[in-house]
Design a protein around this ligand. Structure first.
Ligand code: FES
Ligand code: FES
Length: 167
């Protein structure tokens, strides 16, 4: 019997991350979450369940909130990816981050990047979202620490920053 020698397949993929063009060589089976964390060293994207359940890995792809554990890195070809690092500001907290801090909307912080990216995507499209809508959208993000009330309050309080200034 002849044993087949396994060959490691590597594919190039190019996309934009937080405004920078990147080109990486990855195995076709590598998830986008692993690519961001282990290849690009953007460890702000957390990985909890790896099954699309907890929301910790949520990032933005072309403006939409997406679970990076459910997407292959090669599927990001040509996309604009924004991670929690891309929503941060070196000089100051963003209004959403500041609101999370003001409302004590995090404890261990594991869920926080996913909460912030999901809330950012929501408020970018629906700056008038009410508490019910925020609860509905964030229901796919699990938090073991806070009890959620402070998170909802933080997102509600951040809405003003997403409203367009009057003409
Ligand atoms: S790690 Fe992706 S949804 Fe839980
Ligand atoms: S702050 Fe700990 S899981 Fe949400």
């Amino acid at each position: 019997m002849r044993l087949m020698q396994s060959r490691r397949v590597i594919m190039p993929v190019r996309f934009e991350v937080n405004g920078n063009s990147v080109s990486v060589d990855v195995e076709p089976r590598m998830t986008l979450a692993d690519c961001l964390r282990h290849v690009l060293r953007l460890t702000g994207t957390h990985v909890g369940c790896e099954h699309g359940v907890c929301g910790a890995c949520t990032i933005l792809i072309d403006g939409a909130a997406v679970r990076a554990c459910l997407m292959l890195a090669v599927q990001a070809e040509g996309s604009e990816v924004v991670t929690i690092e891309g929503l941060s500001n070196d000089d100051a907290l963003t209004p959403l981050q500041a609101s999370f801090r003001r409302h004590h909307a995090l404890q261990c912080g594991f869920c926080t990047p996913g909460m912030i990216t999901t809330a950012h995507a929501l408020l970018s499209e629906e700056p008038d979202a009410d508490a019910d809508r925020i609860r509905e959208v964030l229901s796919g993000n699990l938090c073991r620490c806070t009890g959620y009330i402070s998170i909802i309050d933080a997102v509600l309080d951040a809405r003003a920053a997403y409203k367009k200034p009057p003409p």
